[in-house]
Design a protein around this ligand. Structure first.
Ligand code: KG4
Length: 340
């Protein structure tokens, strides 16, 4: 009998449901919330309400698209955390209710593990290249910047992580301060393609080991723009492409320096990336470029699997299911990774 897993993701501002059969993706529906646009960031209370409104239609659509009846499901996987607590409660409570109603097991998934395993989502007619264990995953999103060593689908170790802002936060906050819009990553990525990455230079951190820091480079950019604007109010408008290209290059340099160090220290040459920032075209090109030079095998997830999606939750849930894990109904969502 086939194992059919429904995945539910509601950790931040995307409500998503996906169905996989024996690791193959049948559907992946994402409702991205538009209510936050005017606020320049995600408003937790509004996110929870939007999840509440979206969850039933999103799950129904995912099942319909997959051609799967609720009774055919083997198990229901859901994001337990980390993320916004109110948002997580919607997905978690829905998964529990559905599990009880259908008499099917529920399986909790760590959101970060979903990102780490995104390369294992198989698709009909696709190449479905998968990294060999152990591999390193550069996990970069709005909430995380980490280098993770992955020894098996369920065994992983964080080798280094940010001590302050996440890299996605640096993109978002700087874009907001420069008046370029939200979320900042895609905007800066687009403008960076038109600019000269060598024109401006921003402070790089000196953090020991494999940890990251992004608050210094963020401050360096903001002071620079403020000082130049005091001299010429049109400075930003005239130079935004070069500023974005130089800023993006600095962030990528910081990410790559530690990833290269981690690969050297561990001797691991299987390299993946994940999380929203892994959609960045400059970062993707750099990983492939360094990979060719350093003889790494690199695996870049498809764009639709870089940002929050339930397909990655379903595949992680599938691995947990195969390992015999089932989650009791009194499980509560957790906002922080350390509480998992
Ligand atoms: O994984 P994700 O969807 O969820 C959170 O962790 O919140 O990541 C969202 C982050 C945001 O900071 C966004 O600016 C960033 O991913 N992002 C990008 C790009 N697309 C999304 N950053 C850089 N370049 C992009 N093309």
């Amino acid at each position: 009998m086939a194992d059919i897993i429904l995945g539910i993701e509601s950790s931040c501002d995307d409500t998503s449901a996906a169905v996989i059969r024996d690791g193959f993706l049948l559907s992946n529906v994402i409702a991205s919330q538009q209510v936050h646009k005017d606020f320049g960031g995600v408003v937790p209370e509004l996110a929870s309400r939007a999840h509440e409104a979206n969850i039933v239609p999103v799950v129904s659509q995912a099942l319909t698209k997959a051609g799967v009846a609720p009774g055919d499901l083997t198990a229901i996987a859901f994001t337990r955390g980390p993320g916004l607590l109110g948002s997580l409660l919607v997905g978690t409570s829905f998964a529990k209710a559905l599990g009880v109603a259908l008499d099917k097991p529920i399986i909790m998934v760590n959101h970060l593990q979903g990102h780490i395993l995104a390369n294992f989502i198989k698709q009909e007619g696709a190449e479905n290249r998968q990294p060999a264990f152990p591999y390193l995953c550069l996990l970069v999103s709005g909430g995380n910047s980490q280098i993770v060593r992955v020894d098996s689908p369920l065994q992983f170790e964080i080798l280094g992580q940010t001590i302050d802002d996440a890299v996605g936060e640096a993109f978002d906050k700087c874009s907001k301060m420069m008046g370029l819009g939200y979320p900042g990553g895609p905007v800066i990525d687009r403008l960076a393609k038109l600019g000269d990455p060598e024109r401006f230079h921003f402070a790089k951190p000196h953090i020991p080991g494999l940890d990251y820091s992004f608050s210094g480079v963020k401050t360096s950019l903001l002071y620079f723009v403020r000082d130049e604007m005091a001299k010429d109010p049109d400075f930003m408008e005239k130079n935004k492409e070069d500023i974005c290209a130089s800023f993006q290059k600095t962030l990528i340099d910081i990410l790559m320096d530690k990833l290269i160090k981690a690969a050297k220290q561990t001797g691991i040459r299987e390299i993946t990336i994940g999380g929203g920032v892994s959609a960045n075209s400059g970062l993707r090109a750099r990983i492939e470029d360094e990979g060719r030079r350093r003889r790494w095998n690199t695996y870049l997830p498809e764009f639709k699997f870089t940002t929050d999606n339930a397909a990655m939750i379903a595949i992680a849930g599938y691995f947990h299911y195969l390992a015999g894990e089932r989650t009791p109904l009194d499980v509560a969502p957790v906002s922080r990774m350390s509480d998992f």
